[in-house]
Design a binder for this molecule. Structure first.
Ligand code: AMP
Length: 316
């Protein structure tokens, strides 16, 4: 067990970079204004300040923003605003949000539900590793907001169960990760099925040259906005060049010496993640492991336990 004194010592209070704008400046639907207050947001973040106004006018957008900048709300709020103002749009799939991982899709879905509470706007997730039937139902019924991973939606398209003719807004979230993970062919196949007159919002933490051709293909006269965070200021970085044979020893030494709580350890391979997890467990740490050979249930449980503080270390 980690003594509380250490827990407190390592807990960081992250002060968000805030602007002098107010959410009320966006003139969002009153129902959204209430939801924002309920969520406890006081001021919009830089990416929200830059992305929400053009997104509300229907423009295409390329947003350079990483996780933690508030980018999710930057695209969710304009989508919901449009649906709340045009209830005749309800009853068909209106927005398609594509994300690289199931965990991110779930997170976006949760944000949508939080802000859409009390309205008739529905959201559904579509990704692999879980049953097709509820997803087919959501597609058939025209759930207004679909949050998907590329592979499974492509399966639905190939089976003819996905009707995407009514999509008016497309969001590509973490486009650089989708590129790294080899999802671009699937993403392109999906986009071929979407109406041309749609609005496209593309978000990416980095903007490598490979992404330019995708951006050119999917957006029209996009506005480019940058959260301009670079390296998050509240995080200290250190690099320890160390031979392979000493890596695990260094990690356990580090954990024992500094006793940090909530530690994410990333490894290059799933196999290595399992090995590090086993070694940490043997050394007496409460650890969990997360990778794509685990069932969706196991993945969700590992994340939930990590978030709840039941695990000190999550190896992914
Ligand atoms: P994201 O970058 O979208 O993953 O958001 C990171 C976290 O910031 C989430 O927990 C959001 O709920 C939170 N967040 C987003 N916008 C704001 C805001 N304007 N004020 C306070 N928290 C926010």
């Amino acid at each position: 067990a980690i003594p509380d004194v250490h827990r407190n010592r390592t807990r960081l209070v992250i002060k968000r970079e805030v602007s002098h704008m107010h959410f009320s400046d966006f003139k969002l639907h009153p129902q959204l204004a209430r939801a924002i207050t309920r969520a406890g947001y006081e001021a919009p973040t830089p990416i929200q300040v830059k992305a929400i106004p053009p997104a509300l006018t229907g423009k295409d957008l390329i947003g350079i923003a990483q996780t933690g900048t508030g980018k999710t709300a930057a695209f969710v709020l304009p989508i919901l605003d449009r649906l709340l103002r045009a209830p005749e749009k309800l009853g068909k799939s209106h927005a398609l949000i594509i994300a690289p991982t199931r965990e991110l899709a779930e997170q976006i879905h949760t944000t949508v539900r939080e802000f859409a509470e009390g309205s008739r706007i529905r959201s559904a997730t579509i990704y692999g590793g879980v049953g097709m039937n509820p997803q087919e139902k959501a597609l058939r019924e025209g759930v207004e907001i679909l949050v998907v991973c590329p592979g499974r939606l492509r399966d639905h398209i190939e089976q003819g169960t996905a009707v995407l003719k009514g999509i008016e807004v497309l969001v590509l979230d973490e486009a650089d990760r989708m590129f790294d993970m080899g999802f671009l062919p699937s993403v392109r196949r999906i986009i071929e099925r979407l109406p041309r007159g749609r609005q496209t919002l593309l978000f990416s933490a980095t903007f490598a040259p490979e992404l330019q051709s995708l951006a050119d293909q999917v957006t029209r006269r996009p506005e480019r906005v940058d959260a301009g965070m670079g390296v998050v200021k509240t995080i200290a970085h250190a690099l320890y060049p160390v031979p392979q044979s000493l890596k695990t020893g260094l990690l356990t030494h580090f954990l024992k010496t500094y006793m940090p709580y909530s530690v994410l350890v990333f490894t290059r391979t799933k196999h290595r993640a399992n090995r590090v997890f086993t070694q940490l467990t043997k050394s007496g740490f409460t650890a969990g492991v997360l990778h794509s050979n685990k069932s969706q249930n196991q993945r969700q449980r590992a994340l939930d336990d990590f978030r709840a503080g039941k695990l000190q270390v999550l190896v992914a």
